[in-house]
Design a protein around this ligand. Structure first.
Ligand SMILES: Cc1cc2nc3c(=O)[nH]c(=O)nc-3n(C[C@H](O)[C@H](O)[C@H](O)COP(=O)(O)O)c2cc1C
Length: 198
């Protein structure tokens, strides 16, 4: 049975919540999903003074285990409109896998979180995707058959480039039902693609 990795970085828990919603979507489509995260790189004292959520259940992933998966779905919050250093650092260690073409043909997709509605969601999604594309992966967006991304009667994330949420400047807003549905839909969609390609 194809196996899916949901790999994330989250400072305050919004992307952690979205990662579990993505994994729920994968499992609801009948595939196995592992949720793992990349290591924190910010010094502990800085992370504590910035109130990072340092305790998270997901185990830390290693680069060597990536080839075991048929699909990899990446999630990370924006940092100035692009992916955070924690996630970039992880992918910067995958040169050996790239050389062997170890991820070619696997399915990929991405999700993100920003403080504000227009704080760089799609540029961040693109910067996440770029890692997957250079590895020769088959990258999917979030199809418009997830109609929740067309909602205009509430503030909401959701983009054809991937699932998204909006955290607010002080991090007080949590992923809405519609945004969690978008994340779940992305997981289901990737699972169905992984099954077809397998
Ligand atoms: C250094 C830094 C840069 C950030 N840059 C942006 C930004 O460009 N646009 C934006 O909307 N939010 C920005 N944010 C807010 C984060 O994206 C927000 O805290 C995050 O989406 C929450 O997700 P998390 O709980 O998974 O960490 C920034 C946060 C930090 C710490």
């Amino acid at each position: 049975m194809p196996k899916v990795l949901v790999l994330y970085y989250s400072s305050y828990g919004h992307i952690e919540t979205m990662a579990h919603a993505v994994a729920d979507g994968v499992r609801s489509a009948g595939l196995e999903a592992d949720v793992k995260r990349v290591p924190e790189l910010v010094p502990q004292d800085v992370a504590r003074s910035h109130h990072f959520k340092l305790e998270q259940d997901a185990p830390i992933a290693t680069v060597d285990e990536l080839p075991e998966y048929d699909a990899i779905i990446l999630g990370a919050p924006t940092r100035f409109g692009r992916l955070p250093a924690q996630m970039a650092n992880f992918w910067d260690q995958t040169g050996g896998l790239w050389l062997r073409g170890a991820l070619i043909g696997k399915v990929g997709a991405v999700f993100t979180s920003t403080a504000s509605q227009h704080g760089g969601q799609e540029t961040t999604l693109y910067s996440l995707m770029s890692n997957l594309i250079h590895h020769g992966m088959v990258v999917s967006g979030l199809p418009y058959s997830f109609q929740g991304q067309l909602k205009l009667d509430e503030v909401t994330g959701g983009s054809p480039y991937g699932a998204t949420t909006i955290a607010a400047g002080d991090g007080s807003r949590q992923p809405s039902e519609n945004e969690r549905d978008g994340a779940k839909f992305l997981g289901q969609h990737v699972a169905s693609l992984a099954r077809k390609l397998a």
